[in-house]
Design a protein around this ligand. Structure first.
Ligand code: FAD
Length: 289
């Protein structure tokens, strides 16, 4: 067993299955996945995809811990497309990993790749080598009396896996926003879950906030897990903390995508912010402020 929490796992597409108008399940397989140790819930990982015409994704894994900067130094058209996805299910005994992709057309390389994926297509996963890892965000504290889930279609795989993971007797209120009526997938849970489906039907993301504003939520202290489009997630968090007075430490929120920005752009922004913060900290250290 590895002592590193994350590792690279080469894999290939085994099969695809259309779940609904917006969602496609892709099952990855390959011997390396026997060591893929999903922690369940909203376990996420980085997926590397080839560009059209490339036989496999180009990632300088031989650089070890320096792989990220070596990957980033490669020309954009050569280096693999890197995107975040959720482990919908893992079966290490086979070994297989299911990932549910939102198909939003050819507007993004990952969506375009998924739409054309066929058995044998090669990918690379950077994912968990140990079950207890930092890419699981859903961690309700002992004192939480009920669970609030809000998710759009990109976070539906995570919400579905969380519902499967929760033990019997847990009270859950889930607000699940999807593009079309047939995206209302069948969910399995032992929890006492009240699921509110919100069908966008062409509207912009954000129906969950409207529904939450008027919702009669259970009494007691909740743990809230909020994921989906970044602006919608921010508004929901503001509502929960500001208007409903939830303790901010009990609200786990993650922007899974941002309307109008690719994940590449979001990563570039995050790197620029981190560099600016590091420079400011350096300045402060020099001036003693
Ligand atoms: C922790 C985490 C887990 C995630 N899990 C999943 C998952 O299991 N399944 C899943 O499908 N997604 C998941 N996502 C979201 C996924 O990473 C993004 O949707 C990603 O932007 C898709 O890459 P792309 O190459 O298709 O589009 P990009 O190149 O990143 O974006 C291109 C354009 O498409 C738009 N766009 C991106 N995603 C969508 C969308 N869903 N609908 C409409 N427009 C979009 C962008 O705003 C941009 O304008 C997850 C994200 C995170 C951070």
């Amino acid at each position: 067993m590895s002592d590193q929490p994350f590792a690279f796992f080469p894999a290939e597409v085994v099969r695809t299955a259309r779940l609904s108008s917006s969602l496609l399940r892709i099952t990855f397989g390959g011997p390396a996945l026997a060591g893929f140790a999903s922690g369940g819930r909203d376990q996420s990982f980085s997926l590397f995809l080839p560009h059209p015409g490339q036989p496999e994704p180009v990632v300088p894994v031989e650089e070890g811990e320096g792989w990220f900067w070596a990957w980033r130094a490669l020309p954009e058209q050569e280096r693999a497309v890197m995107r975040s996805y959720t482990v919908r299910a893992a079966r290490p005994e086979l070994p297989e990993v299911d990932v549910d992709f939102v198909l939003h057309g050819d507007t993004g390389p990952a969506s375009a790749w998924a739409g054309r994926a066929a058995a044998g297509d090669r990918v690379l996963l950077l994912g968990p080598a140990v079950e207890d890892n930092t890419s699981v965000g859903f961690r309700p504290p002992a004192g939480a009396e009920w669970i609030l889930l809000t998710a759009d279609e990109t976070a539906l795989p995570a919400a579905a896996a969380i519902l499967e993971w929760l033990p019997a007797g847990t009270r859950v209120s889930a607000f699940l926003e999807v593009p079309t009526e047939d995206d209302r997938l069948e969910l399995t849970t032992a929890a006492e879950a009240e699921v509110h489906w919100l069908v966008r039907d062409g509207a912009r993301p954000g129906l969950a906030l409207d529904a939450l504003r008027t919702a009669d939520l259970p009494a007691g202290t909740p743990y809230a897990w909020v994921a989906g489009e970044a602006a919608a997630v921010r508004s929901i968090r503001r509502h929960l903390v500001g208007e409903r007075g939830l303790d901010r430490k009990l609200v786990e929120f993650t922007g899974y995508w941002r309307l109008g920005s690719s994940e590449e752009q979001l990563r570039a922004e995050a790197i620029a912010e981190a560099q600016a913060a590091a420079e400011a900290a350096g300045q402060a250290a020099v001036t003693g402020s």
